[in-house]
Design a protein around this ligand. Structure first.
Ligand SMILES: Nc1ncnc2c1ncn2[C@@H]1O[C@H](COP(=O)(O)OP(=O)(O)O)[C@@H](O)[C@H]1O
Ligand SMILES: [Mg+2]
Length: 304
């Protein structure tokens, strides 16, 4: 007898015994009836029915868990496979990027046309590298290998160096970045690299989804138990539907890039996982379409 049939048989027998035992107590001990075999037909059928149902539910539950484990395992393998391929792409694309930087410095390529062409190739390569980073980070999370190396300290320099990295991008789109970051902000608990990645995602999005001649304001808010880092833009804003979906994987929403940039919808889902891995949080606010967006990262204050 296989395992499933044995489970059915055992559960049905146990249920029949239990229901018949109740029937026996009822007929003989309480009502003092003489023993009549036909009195046990209905209790036995009821017991068998219950037993069958219970065994069926249990078997379906086991099957469900088994299939779920198989899907999780398969998913992990796919992520590992994608991770390996994407990782192998990183080196050649980084080499192409460095080569473009060298070509931009060559005297025989100083003409406006050549520089414009090289600039376009450079920004496409940059966006490919950014997507490679995001896919690798996502794969690391999926395989449980992404861990924060938390330290306690003032994030002032990390924040400023992250903002600095985006200045050229903003200038190229005639967007100004205003920063109001206090040098003496309190110590927080954070992972420098992760904070850089989360903030980078927010700033690059604000640049990507804002039109020219707008401003991005980056500032901090001190609350009793946390420090909020805020990125506020005057871009396309977010609808209620966007706000609900915005941190989901591969969510490209109503706002469209204003400078022909690529949208994959992976950045904010990774940013959320990174913020939470640091013990913090991230969320979006907007008064609606066309009214700009505000993104906030909350970091826990370091214990005194
Ligand atoms: N600052 C912003 N203003 C308006 N929409 C935004 C902003 N940031 C993100 N979005 C919307 O959220 C979606 C998801 O963002 P993200 O996960 O970073 O992916 P991507 O940048 O590749 O599109 C974007 O496609 C965009 O529609
Ligand atoms: Mg993005």
């Amino acid at each position: 007898m296989n395992g499933m049939a044995r489970r059915y048989a055992i559960t049905i027998c146990i249920c029949i015994i239990v229901v018949d035992a109740f029937a026996c107590i009822q007929y003989h001990l309480i009502q003092n009836h003489p023993f009549v075999l036909s009195h046990y037909i209905i209790p036995t059928l009821v017991g068998a029915g219950f037993g069958f149902l219970i065994a069926r539910i249990k078997i379906l539950e086991i099957k469900y868990h088994k299939e779920k484990d198989q899907v999780i395992e398969k998913n992990k393998k796919i992520h590992m496979y994608v991770g390996t391929i994407v990782h192998d792409l990183k080196s050649p694309i980084s080499a192409v990027y460095s080569l473009i930087e060298l070509l931009q410095l060559r005297d025989d390529l100083k003409s406006e046309k050549s520089q414009k062409f090289l600039g376009l190739v450079k920004s496409s390569t940059e966006s490919m590298l950014e997507n490679i980073h995001l896919i690798l980070e996502n794969t690391k999370f999926e395989s449980g290998k992404m861990q924060a190396h938390l330290e306690q300290g003032n994030p002032f320099f990390t924040i400023n160096s992250t903002i600095d990295k985006h200045l050229i991008l903003a200038i190229n789109k005639s967007i100004t970045i205003q920063r109001v970051i206090d040098r003496n902000m309190p110590d927080v608990e954070y992972d420098k690299q992760m904070l850089d990645r989360v903030l980078s995602n927010l700033i690059s999005n604000s640049i990507k989804y804002s039109p020219a001649q707008t401003q991005i304001k980056i500032f901090s808010e001190l609350l009793s138990d946390k420090l909020n880092l805020v990125v506020e833009d005057q871009g396309q804003g977010l609808s209620e539907d966007d706000l609900e979906k915005i941190f989901g994987e591969f969510m490209t929403l109503s706002a469209r890039p204003t400078g022909g940039e690529v949208a994959t919808g992976l950045g904010l889902s990774v940013a959320k996982k990174l913020a939470e891995e640091m013990g913090g949080n991230i969320w979006a606010e907007s008064e609606g379409k066309g009214k700009g967006s505000t993104f906030k990262i909350a970091l826990p204050l370091a214990p005194h």
